[in-house]
Design a protein around this ligand. Sequence first.
Ligand SMILES: C[C@](O)(CO)[C@H](O)COP(=O)(O)OP(=O)(O)OC[C@H]1O[C@@H](n2ccc(N)nc2=O)[C@H](O)[C@@H]1O
Ligand SMILES: Nc1ncnc2c1ncn2[C@@H]1O[C@H](COP(=O)(O)OP(=O)(O)OP(=O)(O)O)[C@@H](O)[C@H]1O
Length: 296
Amino acid sequence: METQLIEPAQAKINLFLHVTGKRDDGYHTLDSLVCFATCGDVIRARPADDGTLTLAVTGPMAAHLEDASAKDNLVMRAATLLRERFGIAQGAELILEKNLPVASGIGGGSADAAATLRVLCKLWGIKARPADLAPLALDLGADVPVCLDGGTVLMQGIGEKLTPLAPLPGFSMVLVNPGKAVSTPAIFAARDGDFTDANLWPTDQGFADITTLADALRDCRNDLTLPAVTLLPEICDVLDALARADGCLLARMSGSGATCFGLYPDAQMAANAATAIATTNPDWWVKDCKIASPAA
Ligand SMILES: C[C@](O)(CO)[C@H](O)COP(=O)(O)OP(=O)(O)OC[C@H]1O[C@@H](n2ccc(N)nc2=O)[C@H](O)[C@@H]1O
Ligand SMILES: Nc1ncnc2c1ncn2[C@@H]1O[C@H](COP(=O)(O)OP(=O)(O)OP(=O)(O)O)[C@@H](O)[C@H]1O
């Protein structure tokens, strides 16, 4: 039977995101607590005997990617770069199931690129250590290294400095996107004012439950919220809708937006919140999910 490998590309959530400075090349340095959600895209890969690389895109968000199989899709860019750097002659037939909204702050494209690297290392028998793949991942985007590693991570530098942290207590989330793409460079460019101090997060502290975690997260923020809301005021409506739902412990924007997340103590409360928000706002993308365990 023909081999088909399947790799999840889980949504990336920035539980907080502090912008701590700006480098000479224009990139910003960050402090961000990153975790992953149980929902996301899926990458499937089969060997291609003729040595070609092809991509097909399926799924509810496929139409939002301009030219599904274009070579600038992050899946194709990841596959092409991996072949070049490791001198691989084999090809692959790739299928991207696009479930996450595009350009929405939950790293869809970055998670796809990272999942492509993981699945093709398996398909092509590349025995690369994480350190061998890290520079390649960073060349694809600042969020790709964290998506490659997964787990709960303190992300610093421009995204290349990753400190794995102890797993967080389990919690449920609702992700909401108002259905409008937001450009990451435009949001960083619109940010102004002071930078936030680095290293504010207590990396050695454990959290007994979601309530104590939410308390600690409330001392932090997403520094890109103000520029994002200025460019897309609907983000305020999304945050309000999440915060007003019963049981919401924290509502915050992820990455450069526009997707926001709400944290809830249990799956039933998250499901109820998702139903209520989706009913009132039929044009929004609404998804209830959980924090992914590191091995998921
Ligand atoms: C906002 C985050 O989602 C937080 O996780 C990421 O930092 C964004 O990562 P990404 O989408 O992979 O970003 P890239 O594709 O590498 O960069 C897009 C653009 O965003 C800006 N950018 C990105 C990352 C960063 N640390 N500083 C920046 O200023 C730069 O203008 C860059 O040209
Ligand atoms: N496989 C892909 N999935 C999503 N976007 C892609 C993909 N390949 C290329 N892109 C392009 O990358 C840009 C960023 O999309 P993406 O969904 O990764 O943004 P994001 O969720 O804001 O990411 P981040 O949180 O890492 O900033 C979009 O303009 C999109 O056209």
